[in-house]
Design a protein around this ligand. Structure first.
Ligand SMILES: [Mn+2]
Length: 317
């Protein structure tokens, strides 16, 4: 066997999967070969871009690290505590990384919008790996084009709503509101623990202390109160997690929730119509023992189970 891409076909009998090596797609799912012919419910893509970073760079290596580390998750056909095999219910393919000319950030934006738009137009969901958090702006533009004004579910230590004209990984939700991509009055930011202008702030904020003190289930309840009934785009900045759970990121802030806590929150979001998501800011040069990449891969896997459960319940539109 030369590749785990061959080991987990979209259809047919499951084959043994390596617990090491030879993994080139997320969880060993097949590569997306032909979008028109694809039966995938969801397509994975990477965006290896870190020129929007204000501090430590390195997130251009994030997509590869998440895919490589996902080998630790690929062997377990039924992820605890779910009670079905993910790939019995959901078809996932990996489109590889978005290609763009480095040094020309505008090319990344154009290409992410073009490629994401074509996958959405084919009736599939998109899960993207960053990259720094700036990549979420073109992703939101593509999803807005397809779904209209979105609710944002935003996990992060930072609000990323810095005002001004700059386009970087701290300003994109300021621009997203200005462009009408998201409605902040029905959007939630989770895990915030950095300063922001609280007077008349339009987003619902569940700050890090509230999340840690109330627990993951209450956080999920509050999220669903605000976002229920709306088309939701979920964006997960890995620095939402406490740095003890995610050291490999550009802008770590102590005092966040654990990986297990956010897994429980995500697991509880089956009622939400999450139309797309990304996981960003994994920076492998600052990671230790792949802790951060594994956290990111695990959160994405948990989301795939949530989507599969929605499909089982006939809730996927
Ligand atoms: Mn952040």
């Amino acid at each position: 066997m030369n590749s785990t891409q061959d080991a987990r076909p979209a259809t047919g009998e499951p084959q043994p999967v390596f617990m090491y090596g030879h993994l080139s797609t997320f969880l060993g799912v097949p590569r997306l070969a032909d979008l028109d012919a694809s039966k995938a419910d969801l397509v994975v893509q990477g965006i290896p871009f870190d020129l929007g970073t204000q501090g430590r760079p390195g997130t251009r290596y994030g997509p590869t690290a998440i895919r490589t580390t996902s080998v630790h998750l690929a062997w377990e056909e039924t992820r605890w505590p779910w009670e079905f095999k993910l790939f019995d219910e959901l078809t996932v393919e990996d489109a590889g990384d978005v290609a763009f000319t480095t040094g020309m950030p505008g090319r990344m934006v154009d290409e992410v919008m073009r490629r994401t738009g074509s996958i959405l137009a084919a009736g599939k969901r998109v899960m993207s790996f960053g990259g720094d958090h700036y990549v979420t702006l073109p992703l939101l533009r593509a999803h807005h084009e397809h779904h209209g004004t979105l609710s944002l579910l935003h996990f992060d230590a930072h609000t990323d709503t810095d005002p001004g004209e700059d386009y970087d990984h701290g300003t994109m939700f300021h621009h997203a509101v200005k462009e009408g991509l998201i409605d902040p009055s029905r959007s939630v930011q989770v895990g915030i623990r950095t300063d922001y202008e609280r007077k008349d702030y339009p987003f619902t904020v569940l700050d890090a202390d509230w999340v840690v003190n109330h627990g993951p289930r209450k956080a999920a309840e509050r999220i669903k109160e605000v976002l229920g009934g709306h088309a939701v785009y979920m964006t997960f900045d890995i620095d939402c997690l406490d740095p003890s759970c995610a050291p490999g990121t550009g802008t770590p802030v102590v005092g966040g929730p654990s990986t297990n806590a956010v897994l429980q929150t995500v697991r509880d979001l089956i009622d939400l119509d999450i139309v797309g998501l990304d996981l960003v800011e994994v920076s492998p040069p600052y990671d230790t023992a792949d802790i951060t990449a594994l956290a990111g891969a695990s959160i994405c896997l948990e989301f795939l189970y949530v989507l599969a459960e929605r499909k089982r319940q006939g809730l996927l539109r």
